[in-house]
Design a binder for this molecule. Structure first.
Ligand SMILES: [Fe+2]
Length: 288
């Protein structure tokens, strides 16, 4: 399944990617002066970071009314087509916190539990995947709540160089199925069937759709996929130069083209409760 990204074209893209990739994420921070009006220099660095690393950090002066500024930054980056998930509010944003609130209670993202490696919206249909997401930290947890991430393009290169059979197995069109979800005999989400690695039609670059969840998930039964999955999970569990880790501080955020990520568990105190704002979009940060 490598014919979608033939060797010669892959090698040209790979060499350019590796030449531009920033190995140190500390260089990906951009201080935003006025979120309602990004300067051309700020916008250029954010989009350059998203082109080289699929992720940029931002720093904004704390503001009592932060949703408007976050919405504005994302819109200026071309992120307007927000994902219509269960908890999303009218501005396309959602508060991520440990809560028992209706709709959120019982879901791991809205608890203080760890989140395993995944891309956002892996359960969406292939024609409605999440292209980008943003996070903004209003308050970090007292302890824990760090995110780790890997640029999926770098992961694609890693495995294609290591063993192209792994990429090929995980690029089968029916590799990963998230079954139809029903509540009270009503379908609330159609089944999602697709590959783990695929070449995005618009950008012609590798993207990922992945989760480490074990329940309500079905992997295509083949030795090649079992072996490839084992290699992928082993790699994710370990450490490498393309694994990165950061705990957002208050006033810091990130915008990314749906990098592979996880979250450690965290502890809140009465004085300090972890509170982040997340946006999810079908389009990606426009890099043109
Ligand atoms: Fe996520």
């Amino acid at each position: 399944m490598l014919e979608d990204f033939q060797q010669k074209r892959y090698e040209t893209w790979r060499d350019e990617k590796l030449a531009n990739y920033h190995p140190n994420p500390a260089s990906l921070f951009v201080e935003v002066n006025n979120p309602l009006q990004l300067s051309s220099a700020e916008k250029k660095v954010i989009t350059d970071n998203c082109r080289s690393n699929n992720l940029s950090f931002i720093k904004i002066k704390p503001n009592v009314e932060i949703r408007g500024p976050i919405h504005s930054i994302n819109a200026q980056l071309g992120l307007v087509d927000f994902d219509q998930h269960l908890c999303v509010e009218d501005d396309g944003l959602v508060v991520i916190e440990d809560t028992n609130a209706p709709k959120k209670g019982g879901y791991v993202p809205y608890s203080n539990k760890a989140l395993n490696w995944h891309t956002d919206g892996y359960y969406n249909p292939m024609d409605a995947l999440v292209g980008a997401f943003s996070l903004y930290c209003i308050q970090p947890a007292t302890k824990g709540g760090e995110n780790r991430w890997i640029d999926p393009e770098m992961l694609y290169i890693h495995f294609r160089e290591l063993n192209p059979d792994i990429v090929s197995a995980l690029s089968q069109p029916t590799t990963l199925t998230i079954p139809t979800r029903r509540e009270d005999n009503q379908i609330v989400r159609e089944a999602s069937i697709g590959p783990v690695f695929f070449i995005d039609k618009v950008s012609q670059k590798p993207k990922m759709r992945f989760t480490q969840r074990k329940r309500n998930i079905s992997w295509l039964g083949s030795i090649e996929i079992t072996d490839a999955l084992c290699a992928l999970n082993d790699f994710l569990t370990g450490d490498s130069e393309i694994h990165h880790q950061y705990k957002l501080a208050a006033g810091e955020g990130l915008v990314c083209n749906n990098v592979l990520h996880n979250r450690s568990s965290f502890i809140d105190s009465n004085q300090q409760r972890r509170k982040l704002i997340r946006g999810r979009y079908r389009n990606s940060v426009s890099c043109n």
